[in-house]
Design a protein around this ligand. Structure first.
Ligand SMILES: [Zn+2]
Length: 316
């Protein structure tokens, strides 16, 4: 059961509850497309999403009612070609039209020239400046920092934004304490690379419960999952899309079970990919903006991925 926003504001005031937390789950590479035999989101079982939406995470389920919003939002931002992660992450996290500023969609990592703007305008920095407690829930094990130091990988927009905002990155100690999550939700990726064999694997519902628990003590909880995009690119094998979808669905189930009445869950993406099983490249589909909780309708006017950060800050 959900109340409307005004009711919650008065409730929060009367009970001196200071926060209406937002749990922001960023799924890389998930578009919102019609149902059909080549849409893995329609073909694979997603019991938690179907219970929530009355059907799979497809265009047909778009709706806006108190407590539940699903709408397609634009990820191309007026720039030709399929959207890409580097500029898309900056658009989502900093609320700026990164591909237009950069002149094109850039894959993988943020354009260097946009990093100062990302640092200045990031959701993390602005939420902290407004006095909110922020949790970036992903775990970053020592091998991550070694790979960055050796220039084998470059830091993502989220890591750059967190570091610029002075927001701590969680490590293996937090993961062991149940206060962080692997980017693949369950931790199998850490085991596969021998990074954290002593850390038990968790099921996706436990992962969702973990994120919900972080909202008890933080106004903004952020988690990002790249498994969806890797699966869409075919890099996780033939079972990759089904596995990624099952994990995301379980994560959502655990979140919905664990969330407090004042919590709002927001799920969105940077570009399509996984929803188009006919190809392994990014699609030009819009992305889902799925919001569950008392502040769902506060996002009903968001039309593009570069409007998400400001809308989150407006609700916090
Ligand atoms: Zn991406």
């Amino acid at each position: 059961m959900f109340y409307n926003r005004r009711h919650y504001r008065s409730l929060a005031h009367s009970c001196q509850i200071k926060q209406m937390p937002i749990i922001f789950v960023f799924l890389d590479g998930v578009g919102l497309a019609p149902t059909g035999p080549t849409n893995p989101l329609a073909v694979n079982p997603t019991p938690h999403l179907r219970a929530l939406l009355g059907g799979p995470l497809t265009t047909e389920q778009a709706r806006a009612r108190p407590g539940l919003l699903l709408r397609p939002i634009d990820a191309a931002l007026g720039v030709p070609g399929p959207p890409q992660s580097g500029t898309g992450h900056v658009a989502l996290l900093a609320g700026i039209n990164a591909p237009a500023l950069h002149g094109r969609h850039q894959p993988n990592f943020p354009p260097v020239a946009l990093r100062p703007l990302l640092a200045e305008r990031s959701l993390f920095r602005r939420a902290l400046a407004a006095g909110h407690s922020v949790a970036f829930a992903n775990v970053f094990p020592p091998l991550f920092f070694e790979a960055v130091a050796r220039r084998r990988i470059r830091p993502s927009a989220s890591v750059l934004a967190a570091q610029a905002a002075g927001l701590p990155l969680r490590g293996l100690d937090e993961l062991r304490a149940g206060q962080a999550l692997s980017w693949d939700i369950t931790g199998h990726a850490l085991h596969a690379r021998d990074e954290a064999l002593d850390v038990p694997l968790i099921d996706p519902q436990q992962a969702g419960a973990r994120l919900a628990a972080l909202a008890h003590t933080h106004g903004l909880v952020f988690f990002e999952c790249f498994m969806t995009d890797l699966a869409g690119h075919g890099r996780l094998g033939a079972q990759g899309p089904a596995d990624a979808i099952a994990r995301v669905d379980g994560l959502i189930g655990g979140l919905l079970d664990g969330m407090a009445p004042a919590d709002t869950l927001l799920i969105t993406s940077d570009h399509g990919n996984l929803e188009d099983g006919a190809t392994t490249i990014h699609s030009e589909a819009p992305v889902p903006l799925l919001v569950v909780g008392p502040n769902a309708l506060a996002f009903a006017t968001v039309e593009r991925i570069d409007q998400v950060a400001d809308a989150v800050l407006g609700v916090l």
